[in-house]
Write a protein that binds this ligand. Structure first.
Ligand code: SF4
Length: 121
């Protein structure tokens, strides 16, 4: 399931006739608990959940749109576009220091479900 909840993209930004990129999300139908941390989650459980979310993102045809949305809106929580909240904060700090690293997946894959290692940002 696409990360949905209080911080999900507002659908009123979509004008009639536009195709919503979320319709092609690889996470449609996947429990949102894969992408969002439950209260008190830490350590290995958190890392394992985030890795699973990133694996799903790896095979997503709309990874770039999702990631760009999360970065541009400052999504504070969850795995979006293969990036955790920590990844996004790290990316923002790098940008603040003038560092520009490419955000494309190192090993882009076609639209099949991700089964390899999680992307590392
Ligand atoms: S990149 Fe990940 S979180 Fe974003 S739509 Fe695709 S599978 Fe869902």
């Amino acid at each position: 399931m696409l990360p949905v909840g209080p911080s999900s993209p507002p659908t009123d930004e979509i004008t009639p006739g536009d195709r919503d990129w979320r319709e092609d999300a690889a996470c449609r139908g996947v429990e949102s608990s894969v992408f969002f941390s439950p209260d008190g989650e830490r350590g290995t459980a958190r890392a394992r959940r985030q890795s699973r979310g990133k694996q799903i993102c790896e095979g997503c045809p709309v990874l770039v749109q999702c990631r760009d949305h999360a970065l541009s809106t400052g999504e504070p929580y969850g795995v979006w576009g293969g990036m955790t909240e920590t990844d996004r904060r790290r990316h923002a700090r790098r940008l603040g220091r003038g560092e520009h690293r490419p955000l494309e997946p190192r090993h882009p894959r076609p639209t099949s479900a991700g089964t390899g290692d999680a992307a590392s940002w």
